[in-house]
Ligand binder design. Sequence first.
Ligand code: MLT
Length: 216
Amino acid sequence: MKIDIIISADYIRKDIIENKVVVVIDMLRATSVITTALMNGCKKVIPTLTIEEALKLKASIGEKECILGGERKALKIDGFDLSNSPLEYTKEVVEGKTIIITTTNGTRTLTSCLEAKRIFVACMLNVSAIAEKLLSLNEDVVIVNAGTNGQFSMDDFICSGYMINLLCEKDNHDLSDIAKTAKYIYENNTNLIDYIKEARHYNILKSLNLLKDLEY
Ligand code: MLT
């Protein structure tokens, strides 16, 4: 299979993703939140671009069944139930519920990939399951990194490298130069925490006392 990477939401192009299998990565933290909510038994997660869309959707689905989650500037949105901390999306809170989520980069990326044939949501927590699924589909893949405010982010990139590394352990694939670079970065940074500490968004989360999210 061919494997390519788009480095941030600003670089998503219809001609690159149309009818492709797309994997969206925003490991700090939107795709980690979505993965955690699904793992803990929520009914579904609906990503929205704006706060207004999220509020409208909650009103149309019904108060009781829905939980509103997400962030702006990494902080909980006024009137929302949960922030963008994966640690809040416990089984007790999310089981059986519909989660409506809006975040700065992650849900913007997801809602910009609707021309894709299929969209998978990946992060460090589920990357091996996603790699297995991609191998079973055996179709070309475009990994879309959410990035931060349109810019490249080291964290999403190393997660992409980890997934590409897993895919290449099982078979030979046709990697674009950027996909090769992500694999190289992963292979040469075995201490993930040391590498991630250099990322801009890691330090923003750290300054907001969100170290527990980063550990998770
Ligand atoms: C985002 O989508 O921009 C994020 O997940 C930011 C965050 O809350 O860490």
